[in-house]
Ligand binder design. Structure first.
Ligand code: SF4
Ligand code: SF4
Ligand code: SF4
Length: 337
């Protein structure tokens, strides 16, 4: 092994695999990087076990993928933080809890029951009615999965994060910035000023080329795929929910360019305390602005009820960092009325 190479560990927790694929998609850039980098742990591509992580004396950079949902993930993150000089939260799940944190709306027991026992769409044979967290042995081999934690949580609930690489998964533009950080570290061995977020701290709307009318007044919600949507007009002006006003800029607008609204995978700008709350306060006043004073509460409620999945829209990637999560936990623990 070349002593001058730096050591990188790629550590997955609760993830879908998409973030790993985004790294593999670096193709030649990844090969180029291996001239200067030893990938010392990446269980998605080779047979690494947690003991291999334990046995590493130190790591230069840990790319941690996914949210924390199992006790085992907490242990992996603890090891990563202890051993790595730079800890990177890679992807929306690691940064904000991501899609997995939508499961925080349910108790772990409800989730397991639904996914492993009662889900009619289940495609695997589970006649033994096994669910993770139970003791499970085959031929004396312990195959038990560590228990689910109460919530899917982002890394910074447990450990100091040095670099946030947002996106679901992070896009090439973010990967290029990350490679630059890694290259600088290879040359200088200096840790960058932290915390570093590989995205702008301005709303996506600032770089969106769609026409934004000065005054927006929406009569009803419209859903993509159900009716035609204009390609050049702001989604909000057409009654389509778009999280551009509260989402960090820097992704290159792939969704907007594909005539899809922003779902917020780059996370909120730093002035946003709660993404869903901010979304509601930005979106609600746009409704029938011109009839604002004449709308009754019932009419307003009816408009909001047209949204199939309001929490899914407002917190698609960010329920793990929302105040809602904390309030729900406090209610459960009997600390809030
Ligand atoms: S951020 Fe997106 S791509 Fe990455 S693990 Fe989470 S869901 Fe998958
Ligand atoms: S709300 Fe969406 S469509 Fe409208 S300007 Fe912002 S990013 Fe663009
Ligand atoms: S437009 Fe929004 S959802 Fe799409 S990549 Fe950018 S931040 Fe993510």
């Amino acid at each position: 092994m070349n002593e001058k190479k730096i050591k990188i560990a790629i550590i997955p927790a609760a993830s879908c695999g998409g973030c790993d694929v985004s790294l593999a998609n670096l193709n030649e850039k990844l090969l180029e990087l291996t001239n200067f980098v030893d990938i010392v742990f990446w269980p998605t591509v080779a047979d690494f076990k947690i003991e291999d992580l334990e046995n590493l004396e130190s790591i230069d950079i840990a790319l941690f993928i996914g949210s924390i949902r199992l006790k085992e993930h907490e242990e992996k993150l603890k090891l990563a933080r202890e051993k790595a000089k730079i800890l990177v939260a890679y992807g929306a799940c690691a940064c904000f809890g991501g899609i997995f944190s939508l499961g925080n709306l349910f108790d772990p027991e409800e989730l397991l029951e639904h996914v492993y026992l009662s889900n009619e769409l289940i495609t695997t044979d589970n006649t033994e009615k096994e669910i993770p967290g139970q003791k499970y042995e085959i031929n004396g081999l312990d195959l038990s999965i560590t228990p689910l934690t109460d919530h899917a949580r982002p890394l910074n609930d447990f450990a100091r994060v040095d670099i946030y690489a947002p996106g679901c998964p992070p896009r090439e533009i973010v990967l290029d910035m990350l490679i630059k950080v890694i290259s600088d570290y290879i040359q200088t061995r200096q840790i960058p000023e932290i915390p570093l977020v590989l995205a702008k701290d301005t709303p996506l709307c600032n770089s969106c080329p769609r026409i934004k009318p000065e005054k927006i007044s929406i009569d009803r919600f419209r859903r993509i795929g159900r009716e035609p949507i204009q390609q050049d007009l702001c989604f909000l002006a057409q009654g389509v929910i778009c999280l551009g006003p509260i989402t960090r800029d820097g992704c290159g607008l792939p969704c907007i360019k594909a005539n899809m609204p922003c779902r917020g995978c780059f996370g909120p700008t730093s002035d946003v305390i709660d993404p869903g709350g901010k979304f509601a306060s930005a979106f609600a006043p746009l409704f029938k602005l011109d009839q604002e004073k004449t709308l009754s509460d019932e009419e307003l409620i009816k408009i909001v009820e047209e949204i199939d999945d309001p929490i899914g829209y407002a917190y698609r990637f960010t329920l793990g960092i929302s105040l809602l999560k904390r309030i729900m936990r406090e209610i459960k623990e009997g600390r809030t009325e």
